[in-house]
Design a protein around this ligand. Structure first.
Ligand SMILES: NC(=O)c1ccc[n+]([C@@H]2O[C@H](COP(=O)([O-])OP(=O)(O)OC[C@H]3O[C@@H](n4cnc5c(N)ncnc54)[C@H](O)[C@@H]3O)[C@@H](O)[C@H]2O)c1
Length: 248
C-alpha cells in the first residue's frame, strides 16, 4: 500500500528516536520524506536509507525554518505534511526540582519545543496554502495530560502544544489544512533507555493497560492517520498513544 505516494512530508527531529520511525514509516508508504534535524549527520543517514532529503534546521530559528521550507519546496515543488517532532527532551534535560531550573534552560526549552512548532508551521504554511491542502501533526506528550515532576519546563512546553494545536486549527481549517496533536507515553528510545532505570521503565509497563514497553513504531500509525485523507474532517484534536496508561 502506498497511501502517501507523491506526498511530501517534512519530519523535524527526524534524524533519531521516534522522528526516525515517522520518516521510515512515511517512506514505506510511498512518501518523499524530508528529514529535518539540527543533527545533520543523523538526518543524512536516515535520508540516505529512505531515498529522502536531509536538511539541517534549528527549529527555534526563524531564518533556519524558512530556509528549510524553501529548500524542500524547491526540491519537490510542494509540501503536504509537517510533523513537528523536534524537541528538547529528557535525554538532554536532566530531571531536577522546579526551583532549580535555570531561566536560560527554561527559555531554551520554550524556544525549541514551542517557538519551534510555531516557526516550522509558519514556514510551510504558504506552500500548503497554495494547494489548499495540508496536514500539520504536532508531537506533545502524555506528561502534559497527567503532570509529572522533574521537568516543569518540558511539561509546560508540551501543554502549550495542545493550545497551539487547537488555536491554529481554528485559524487555518477553512483553507484545507488540519492541525492535530499526538501525545506519546514514555517510549523506549535509545535516549530514554540510557536515562531511565530498568525499574522505572518496568514501572511504566505495569501502569499500562497493554503491559509492554512502548516503541517508536507504536506512534507511527496515529501520526499517519492524522496525515491521511481519512482524517480530512478531524482537526484541533489530540490523540493519546500510551498503551492505555492515561485515559484521556
Ligand atoms: N521518547 C519519549 O518517551 C517521548 C514521550 C513523549 C513525547 N515525546 C516527544 O516525541 C518527540 C521525539 O522524542 P524522542 O524521544 O525521539 O527525542 P530525541 O531526543 O531522541 O529526538 C529529538 C530530535 O530532535 C532534534 N532536535 C533537537 N533540537 C532541535 C532543534 N532545535 N532543531 C531541529 N531539531 C532538533 C534532535 O537532534 C533529535 O534528532 C519529542 O517531541 C518528544 O518531546 C517523546
Amino acid at each position: 500500500m502506498e497511501q502517501f505516494k507523491d506526498r511530501i512530508v517534512i519530519v523535524t527531529g527526524g534524524g533519531t528516536g521516534i522522528g526516525e520511525a515517522y520518516c521510515r514509516g512515511f517512506a514505506k508508504e510511498g512518501a518523499r520524506v524530508v528529514v529535518a534535524d539540527i543533527a545533520a549527520e543523523a538526518a543524512g543517514r536516515v535520508a540516505k536509507d529512505i531515498d529522502g532529503m536531509a536538511i539541517r534546521v534549528d527549529v527555534s530559528d526563524e531564518v533556519s525554518t524558512e530556509a528549510m521550507a524553501k529548500t524542500a519546496h524547491q526540491r519537490y515543488g510542494r509540501i503536504d505534511i509537517l510533523v513537528n517532532n523536534a524537541a528538547l527532551w529528557t535525554a538532554i534535560l536532566p530531571m531536577k526540582p522546579w526551583t532549580d531550573i535555570p531561566v536560560e534552560e527554561w527559555d531554551r526549552v520554550m524556544a525549541v519545543n514551542v517557538r519551534g512548532v510555531f516557526l516550522a508551521s509558519r514556514a510551510v504554511f504558504p506552500y500548503m496554502k497554495e494547494r489548499s491542502w495540508g496536514r500539520i501533526i504536532n508531537i506533545s506528550s502524555t506528561t502534559a495530560l497527567s503532570g509529572v515532576p522533574g521537568f516543569l519546563h518540558y511539561v509546560a512546553s508540551k501543554a502549550a502544544i495542545l493550545g497551539l494545536t487547537r488555536s491554529l486549527a481554528r485559524e487555518i481549517g477553512d483553507i484545507g489544512i488540519t492541525v492535530n496533536a499526538v501525545t506519546p507515553g514514555l517510549v523506549s528510545t535509545e535516549g530514554v533507555k540510557s536515562h531511565y532505570s530498568n525499574e522505572a521503565l518496568q514501572g511504566r509497563v505495569a501502569a499500562r493497560s497493554i503491559k509492554r514497553q512502548q516503541m517508536p513504531e507504536d506512534l507511527v500509525g496515529a501520526v499517519m492517520f492524522f496525515a491521511s485523507d481519512r482524517a480530512a474532517f478531524i482537526t484541533g484534536q489530540a490523540l493519546n498513544v500510551d498503551g492505555g496508561h492515561v485515559m484521556h
